[in-house]
Design a protein around this ligand. Structure first.
Ligand code: SAH
Ligand code: SF4
Ligand code: F3S
Length: 436
């Protein structure tokens, strides 16, 4: 054994997958994962800088690791992900206890970086952007850190959209897609290992262009034996094509759920955000998706307090929420990010106003989520069992095709199986059921 490694992950599902990849690469070299920080010989912070809060949290945790380094001078500390990309050497200069800085396209170099640090005591900084194909191609080991029945696959990385508030294009680079044949190979590998669900990841999956269109890729995955469910995230409304909508009609394995961030319900704000769609075209999309798949569930992201958001534009956001009735809505208070277009605009919504708008929005969404959940009582749902409940040993939890979480009594031997469950109770963020 080489030693113990602990990875702290912040941010999106892409970062979660990147952490699994690093755990796998390190395990293949003899490192053992641990959750005890004082036992770790290697600590990796896989960071996110999408909002000020996420940025500050990661930075303060990096600072806190100084104490562990004092207790154990041979401890190696690595910073990866979007803050590493954003700050690079500038940040390592100010934090001498950090040994390694790897950017978002370089995570596959983690074992090499650790070995270099161990043998030559060199601090390695690599934040080159441009070729993320090697890191996207790392296949994490199955059943290791994450369950093997659901396989996450990175199909593209980066973003060309430059929404005015967003730092992602700067820290993840331009859109780069993996070759479709390589992706299908990876799907087959996961299917052979027993995966039943494929979850495709990318900052903007529906602008995928790896030798096949995104709908073509979905059709190819649909044809792989053993795979029962397909999901993907995230989609940009402007790239939801008629062909993709048609997939919800023709592909049975495609789950009845789409995450479709709308950010604002006001056309003026959408235009300032450079979102390239209007309230009307967004609502049209929702209608067409429902027509293609009547039981489709929606989730989304929304920002409150963007520069120029008036009380009236906020009301437009609320009315869009009431109209679509999302199952899940991730809502954020706007925070300016360095280098973005919006950071040059007048951040004119007072903090207290941002907070009260967010509070109001979240209360409305809580009611809608509960109402949507109540409407499911009595229904039979196909559930993919994910794991045992933390609180009740005889209970398991899983996800419906609409992505709702269901808790029910069943043996842990069912983890990884698809079972039919009748919904008996609605909770604020989940359902309770019984096996049929
Ligand atoms: N298309 C992306 C979105 C990533 S960022 C994806 O692949 O998921 C996730 C969400 O964070 C965005 O949808 C947006 O709602 C929010 N966000 C991004 N920048 C923000 C900022 N400066 N202030 C507040 N929220 C922000
Ligand atoms: Fe950011 Fe917009 Fe790209 Fe999403 S689509 S990552 S919000 S710039
Ligand atoms: Fe955060 Fe980077 Fe994801 S900024 S949201 S970890 S792409």
């Amino acid at each position: 054994m080489r030693g113990y490694v602990q990875i702290f992950t912040y941010g999106c599902q892409m970062n979660d997958l990147d952490s699994q990849k690093m755990y796998s690469l390190l395990a293949r070299k003899g490192w053992t994962p641990t959750e005890q920080t004082d036992k770790a010989d290697l600590i990796i912070l896989n960071t996110c800088s999408v909002r000020q809060k996420a940025y500050e949290k990661a930075l303060s945790n990096i600072g806190r690791l100084r104490r562990y380094k004092r207790m154990n001078p041979s401890l190696i500390i690595a910073v990866t992900g979007c803050i590493a990309q954003q700050k690079g050497s500038d940040f390592i200069d100010r934090m001498p206890h950090v040994d390694i800085v790897l950017g978002t396209h370089q995570l596959h170099r983690i074992t090499e970086a650790v070995d270099a640090r161990l043998s030559e005591r060199n601090r390695l900084i690599d934040i080159r952007l441009g070729d993320c194909i090697p890191s996207m191609g790392v296949i994490p080991d199955s059943g290791f850190v994450v369950p093997s029945h659901r396989a996450y696959i990175n199909i593209m990385q980066g973003c060309n959209n430059y929404c005015s508030y967003c730092i992602v294009p700067y820290v993840r680079g331009r859109e780069i897609s993996r070759d479709h044949e390589e992706i299908i190979e990876e799907v087959r590998t996961h299917a052979e290992r027993g995966a039943v669900e494929i979850f495709l990841l990318g900052q903007n999956v529906n602008s995928y262009s790896g030798g096949a269109s995104f709908p073509d890729l979905l059709r190819k995955i649909d044809a792989v034996e053993g795979i029962k469910r397909i999901r993907f995230t995230t989609s940009h409304p402007k790239d939801v094509s008629s062909d993709l909508i048609g997939c919800f009609q023709s592909l049975e394995k495609l789950c009845s759920h789409i995450h479709l961030p709308f950010q604002s319900g006001s056309d003026e704000v959408l235009s300032l955000m450079n979102r390239q769609y209007t309230r009307k075209t967004y609502l049209d999309l929702i209608r067409r998706l429902k027509a293609a798949r009547s039981d489709i569930a929606f989730s989304a992201d929304v920002i409150v307090g963007f520069p120029g958001e008036t009380e009236r534009s906020f009301r437009d956001t609320i009315s869009l929420i009431e109209e679509v009735r999302f199952d899940v809505l991730y809502s954020f208070r706007y925070s300016p990010r360095p280098g973005t277009k919006a950071a040059e605009m007048d951040d004119d919504v007072p903090l207290e106003e941002k907070k009260s708008r967010l509070k109001e929005l979240q209360a409305i969404q809580r009611r809608i989520t509960l109402e949507n959940n109540r409407a499911r009582i009595g229904k039979a749902e196909e559930v993919l069992v994910d794991g045992t409940s933390a609180r009740h040993v005889d209970q398991v939890h899983g996800r419906t095709r609409q992505n709702a979480i269901v808790n029910f009594s069943a043996p842990s031997s069912l983890i990884g199986s698809l079972v039919n469950v009748r919904v008996t109770r609605a909770n604020p963020n989940s359902l309770t059921g019984e096996i049929i």
